[in-house]
Design a protein around this ligand. Sequence first.
Ligand code: AMP
Length: 186
Amino acid sequence: MTRLIFLGPPGAGKGTQAVVVAGKLQLAHISTGDLLRAAVAQQTPLGVEAQGYMDRGELVPDSLVLGLVRDRLQQPDTANGWILDGFPRNRSQAEDLNALLAEIDQQINQAVNLDVPDPVIIERMLARGRADDNEAVIRRRLEVYREQTAPLINFFRDRQQLLEIDGNAAVEVVTDRLVSALKVTA
Ligand code: AMP
C-alpha cells in the first residue's frame, strides 16, 4: 500500500508530479488546492469562506481543509493508496493528519520533498498564470511556505519518512527520479 505526501514550495512542480506518479502507481491524487478551487467554483459555503485566503496567498483555516481531507480519504478510490498533494501545510495540519490516519487505521509511507531553487520557482509560477499567481501573491505564498510549510521537512525527517528529490529538471526526468526512489524505498 502506497500512501505519500508531496511537500515542496509552490511552483516546485509537485502538483504535476503528483498527477503523473498517481497515474503510474494507480493511486488516488488528492490535492487540497484542487478541492478548494472546486469549492470556490461551486460557491459552496466552504468555498465562499476559503476564497479570500486563497486570493491573498494565505493558508485557508485548518479546520476547513481537514474536513475536506477527511471526507476525501473515505472515498472508495483511495483503497489502493493515495498521494496527498498540498496537505499538510503546517505543523498543526501534520498533527491532525496523524490523528486522522490513526483513526482510520492508515499510515504514511513517505513524505516526498521536491527541491527547487527560488528563482526557478518564481519563473515557473509567473509562467502558469493562475488567478493567485500574480507577483505580490506569489511572494506571499512563498513567505507562507517558508514560515509554515518548510518546517515540515524536518518534521518528517525526524520520523525517518522524508524522501528528498531534486526537482530542478525536466518534468519526465523528475518523474523518473521519483518513481525509482519510491521503488527502492516504498
Ligand atoms: P495549491 O494549489 O496547493 O498551491 O493551493 C492553492 C491555495 O489553496 C493555497 O495558496 C492556499 O490558500 C489554499 N490551500 C491549499 N492547500 C491548503 C492547505 N493544506 N491548508 C491551507 N490552505 C491550503
